[in-house]
Design a protein around this ligand. Structure first.
Ligand code: HBI
Length: 361
């Protein structure tokens, strides 16, 4: 019986990321965060509603759909960028809706990495838990987050310590993880094919080209899954590595994704930026797939070097190739065990639930 049995049930309003409809893949790991958090809290008897851009869908979860123009992604803007709001901004429309219905809830859970929700925090009459899904991107947003971290202690949640350290106010952040996997959704595979996997938004900060280079060097097939966020970048990779043994499988729903992921000997994570968490790593673990990643950002805290995968010198394709040769040293059941314990949806649910209870007191 988890700790919440004797606590009142919560009414939580989740505000989605404004860079894409839920289910489009444009929201990256935040989509998994929202889906898993909503499912886990509901399974514990809490009431969860979600406000998201029109066109959103997330399985059986009911969503208040808001029209308007999507926000520019923060990671494609300069550090000194001004705050940009398009005409009829879906972000502002989402928060106007939240203001209108806030009296029905105990707390708001914000997942937008944007200036507006942080600026609006003192204008609301209920606590707002801010789930900060990336490291520092734009100085103006960092300032807005810091203001909230100071005025509303404990309300800034981050995925990992490494991510927190990209902010000057790291010590004011609460490390709450990025998501948790439901092991029942992923089928463990003990005997893989001779193939590797790469999962994620196909966008420059994810440096897919390094994984493709490793596939070309080793001659091992690389199965690529994820949303093509930057088509020009994807085309450039295919042009630069015409002979690499790669196969693009598309942006797949979880039950499809895990069917291909589980048969791989290992997954490569090649973040060029400070990946805040690395949800795809715990999805791989759930299938029994070890993860080779650059020793950078969230993956460096998720992977136990030599046990659930390998951490290599950042941006070193040689490092990836050397680690690929060692994949058979890993006991795949150790990866599965990590997903069933430390990185499970229920363990993460305990962390998130206690965070929300704390903020409501
Ligand atoms: N950019 N402006 C903005 N807002 C977001 O919420 C946002 C983003 N870029 C990426 C993103 N969210 C998520 O895909 C990652 O944080 C996982």
């Amino acid at each position: 019986m988890n700790s919440s049995f004797f606590q009142p049930k919560l009414k939580v309003l989740i505000l989605s990321t404004p860079v894409g409809a839920l289910g489009s893949g444009l929201g990256g790991g935040v989509e998994l965060t929202i889906a898993n958090l909503a499912r886990e809290l509901r399974s514990r008897g809490h009431i969860i509603d979600i406000i998201a851009p029109a066109g959103s869908e997330l399985g059986d979860l009911s969503i208040v759909q808001i029209p308007g123009k999507l926000q520019l992604t923060a990671q494609t803007q300069e550090l000194a960028a001004s705050i940009v709001m398009p005409g009829n901004p879906v972000l502002a429309n989402m928060w106007a809706k939240a203001r209108e219905i806030q009296h029905n809830y105990d707390i708001i859970f914000n997942t937008a990495f944007d200036w507006l929700p942080f600026y609006l925090t003192p204008f609301f009459n209920l606590p707002i838990a801010h789930f900060v899904s990336m490291g520092s991107q734009i100085a103006a947003i960092d300032l807005a987050i810091e203001r909230v971290a100071i005025d509303f202690p404990g309300t800034i949640g981050v995925c990992t310590r490494t991510q927190a350290k990209t902010f000057s106010f790291a010590d004011l952040c609460c490390v709450v993880g990025g998501s948790g996997v439901d092991p029942a959704v992923y089928e463990y595979c003990e005997t893989p094919e001779d193939a590797l996997a790469w999962l994620g938004r196909i966008s420059p900060e994810k440096a897919l080209e390094d994984a493709v280079a490793a596939a070309e060097r080793t001659g091992i097939k690389l199965k690529i899954m994820g949303k093509i966020q930057d088509p020009d970048y994807w085309a450039q990779i295919q042009q630069d590595y015409p002979h690499a043994p790669i196969e693009y499988l598309g942006f797949l729903p979880t039950h499809e994704l895990q069917k291909s992921l589980r048969t791989c000997r290992g997954m490569l994570m090649t973040p060029r930026w400070v990946e805040a968490f690395g949800n795809v790593a715990i999805e791989a673990f759930a299938c029994g797939v070890p993860v080779i990643a650059y020793r950078r950002g969230g993956p460096a805290e998720i992977i136990t070097d030599g046990k659930t995968g390998f951490l290599v010198e950042p941006d070193s394709v040689d490092g990836l190739v050397a680690a690929i040769d060692r994949l058979d040293e890993i006991d795949r059941s150790d990866c599965r065990h990590a997903a069933e314990t430390v990185f499970s949806q229920s363990a993460w649910g305990d962390i998130m639930e206690s965070w929300l209870y704390q903020l409501i007191k």
